[in-house]
Write a protein that binds this ligand. Sequence first.
Ligand code: EZ4
Ligand code: CO
Length: 402
Amino acid sequence: MKITDAKVFVCSPGRNFVTLKIYTDEGLYGLGDATLNGRELSVASYLEDHLVPCLIGRDARNIEDIWQYFYRGAYWRRGPVTMAAIAAVDMALWDIKGKALNTPLYNLLGGKSRHGVMVYGHANGADISETVDQVGQYIDQGYLAIRAQCGIPGVKGTYGVAKDKMFYEPAEKGLPPENEWSTEKYLNHIPKLFQTLRDKYGDDPHLLHDCHHRLTPIEAGRLGKELEPYHLFWLEDTVPAELQEGFRIIRQHTTTPLAVGEVFNTVFDTTTLFTEQLIDYCRMCVVHSGGITPIRKIASFAEIYRIKMGCHGPTDVSPVNMAASVHFNMSINNFGIQEYMRHTPETDAVFPHSYTFRDGYLLPGDKPGFGVDFDEKLAKKYPYERAYLPVNRKIDGTMFDW
Ligand code: EZ4
Ligand code: CO
């Protein structure tokens, strides 16, 4: 089965997405997601200018070899742009494989390990009471797990506080907006949010929180310790994760479960974290870690250390990635949870998909491959629009992590 062509589509049905479509001489095509929030055109160029020319004429069945050709074969490796581009190729080839064998992807990955994929939704609010109400709305919709974020008094524009509650998306059109940050105010406020949530909703709902890479290890230790009475499902991205060794300090101070990895690109970002059992959940995303081929290996490596997968699933990657993630999660034993931010109706119309939400779980459906399509005609109505994630400064103006 020869690859005859591959096309890159950049569209913006509510926000920007990069989609790869690989065509074969047997009439089958596959879809891959290549979206990297705020850097979309770089991945599109990486694909069009560098990978697609090498793809034409290759046998679409040889997924492992093609992955190794683009990763191991290249002298310049890693990084989010490179890995998102390779991921899109890998995903499209798995999609073709499923269609060629007329079976959903999870069957090719070992079959079902569970009946559905537990997801968590995002509850955001300008203050504690708004977030508490939002958590209640997710519980009413059947969610078993909810991530809770709220505004911090005295801090303008905190991460996790949305303009649109249902479809939270931090990227904004134009140049990067600037947020404000105070670790002191944040650390004093967040335990009150979780105390209020447990008082109101009891022990059952799984509650999660994302620090978005803003603390030092000792600050993370303090927050984890103060949140222990509210037994979080996880505390996410406490520290900037370039420094894996920092997690040793956090672990010495708290039993709150730790999650990290949405910005990781390869297994090499995880070695200290996994082998020393410094985290509980690995948040790597199918698209930003190079595709189905490498993330399966990363999950197997994590399994040895009893670490579970809790993949990133924001609205800023497309339903193609979400479908790939659901099939992957269905198949592995060490699945923890899947992040699920709902896409807007405009996005869902461009990417019709067979996965569905029911009673707190995503179900993959039984279409061959990923079960996602791409409406090219509709996508043309939504051309690319420049957009950036915010940057962050401390109250005195110092540049900080966002
Ligand atoms: O800020 O995907 O857990 N979810 C997150 C996301 C990230 C965005 C960045 O593009 O941290 O909201
Ligand atoms: Co996060």
